[in-house]
Write a protein that binds this ligand. Structure first.
Ligand SMILES: C[S@@+](CC[C@H](N)C(=O)[O-])C[C@H]1O[C@@H](n2cnc3c(N)ncnc32)[C@H](O)[C@@H]1O
Length: 313
């Protein structure tokens, strides 16, 4: 996305303060997200055209998004997985539980990592899922140590996406699979009005920039991944921002609650409340999109595929 120098809004966070701002945002909104979305900090997935109903259906929809990504990316059961940006462990506990994986999760938020470890222990999965407060780009894991690298709605917070794909290549074993679900923007230039909405989303959600799904594919291919593909799920996830459940219901109470929260936790916490109306606008104009990306690290024999010289030649 090109810089919008005419924008009336401050630019999205970037630079050395970014990770600290992301950490603060998730530390201070942990209980709000858990109230709204349960153990998942990501969109729900519905069939296109389906209307969301009760709270229970909302939770079923966030569970479903995890299963959709497992199916789309073809994550083998029993894989050793790195969950980049693990939140409070919702997706990882599905991978470690019904899908039989072992999972290491990293998040910038110490509060999220602690909550995720607590939930893993409560689910009897403490041996199979471990969560750490670490930066995805400085994670300390050895080369080729994972069968799958899983990143659900975390890549928008990482400014250097080229570095992310290079790190994913390093961490995956040959033949390993990369599975991403991410907020994104339409490929190509946005109008000034679209830019203004997108800029506000970036600022309130502590995200440095968005890439299009096509750009994610280009970056994955440039990093050396093969079998690169993406799917646009915008129509499947847009219900997540349905006003009946994604916004403060009692406006008067809501305003008072927001004031109190901002006083107690700092104004950044308000980004949680601004997301709904802004995302609805972004999706309805088509400027905001959402999708999944799959890519595979080439198998070892592909990397060393030089013709074998016949003996004695
Ligand atoms: C929207 S939440 C998604 C959480 C989780 N993937 C889920 O689906 O429930 C974004 C997550 O990305 C994490 N994150 C953002 N930037 C990160 C980075 N550089 N390193 C590690 N985690 C990061 C945040 O700490 C947070 O846990």
């Amino acid at each position: 996305m090109k810089a919008d120098t005419g924008s009336a809004y401050p630019s999205a966070p970037a630079g050395p303060g970014l990770n600290a701002a992301v950490e603060r945002y998730y530390d201070t909104t942990l209980d709000l997200y858990e109230d709204l979305w349960g153990e998942h900090v990501h969109h729900g997935f519905w069939d296109a055209g389906e209307r969301p109903g009760s709270d229970d259906e909302r939770h079923a929809a966030t569970d479903r998004l995890v299963r959709e990504l497992v199916a789309y990316a073809r994550i083998p059961a029993g894989s050793r997985v790195l969950d980049v940006g693990c939140g409070i462990g919702g997706p990882a506990l599905y991978l470690a539980g019904p899908h039989g994986c072992t999972v290491e999760g990293v998040t910038l938020s110490a509060a999220q990592a602690a909550r995720a470890n607590e939930k893993a222990a409560a689910a009897g999965l403490g041996e199979r899922a471990h969560f750490h407060q670490r930066d995805a780009l400085a994670n300390g894991f050895p080369d080729a140590s994972f069968d799958a690298l899983w990143a659900v709605e975390s890549l928008m917070h990482i400014a250097d996406r080229t570095a992310f794909f290079a790190e994913a290549m390093r961490l995956l074993r040959p033949g390993g699979v990369l599975a991403i679900a991410t907020w994104s923007v339409r490929d190509g230039e946005l109008s000034p009005q679209e830019h203004r909405v997108v800029d506000q989303i970036l600022r309130h959600q502590v995200m440095p920039s968005f890439s299009s799904l096509e750009e994610h594919e280009r970056l994955a291919a440039a990093a050396g991944f093969t079998e690169v593909s993406s799917v646009d799920w915008s129509a499947n996830v847009a219900n997540s921002w349905e006003p009946t459940f994604a916004q403060v219901k009692e406006l008067d109470n809501g305003r008072a609650m927001m004031r109190d929260l901002a006083r107690d936790r700092g104004v950044d916490v308000l980004g949680f409340f601004y997301a709904g109306p802004l995302m609805l606008k972004g999706f309805s104009t088509g400027a905001m999109t959402y999708g999944a990306v799959r890519a595979v690290k080439p198998p070892a024999d592909a990397a060393t595929d030089s013709p074998v010289e016949p003996a004695g030649s």
